[in-house]
Design a protein around this ligand. Structure first.
Ligand SMILES: [Zn+2]
Length: 77
């Protein structure tokens, strides 16, 4: 597999995913399995990981007020 931006080589790495929601809530998810381009640094996720990130975000978004840091491996309901 190669980078969709520059066709560079991808390497498997754990990265930190960060999302800012409309109401100034920031969710940081650490240790996310991802592919990082060696050339341009573009980060991509597999479908499975993207779905899990969505689940994690949805599970914490109503429970927090400002900022939260969780691990990718966190158990979600
Ligand atoms: Zn690239």
């Amino acid at each position: 597999m190669s980078c969709f931006m520059c066709k560079g080589d991808l390497e498997n790495k754990n990265t930190t995913f960060m999302v800012e929601l409309d109401n100034c809530i920031i969710i940081i998810i650490k240790n996310v399995p991802s592919q990082v381009c060696k050339q341009c640094g573009e980060v991509s996720y597999s479908n499975e990981v993207a779905k899990q990130l969505e689940r994690l975000v949805n599970s914490v978004r109503n429970a927090i007020t400002e900022i939260t840091v969780i691990n990718y491996t966190e158990k979600v309901a």
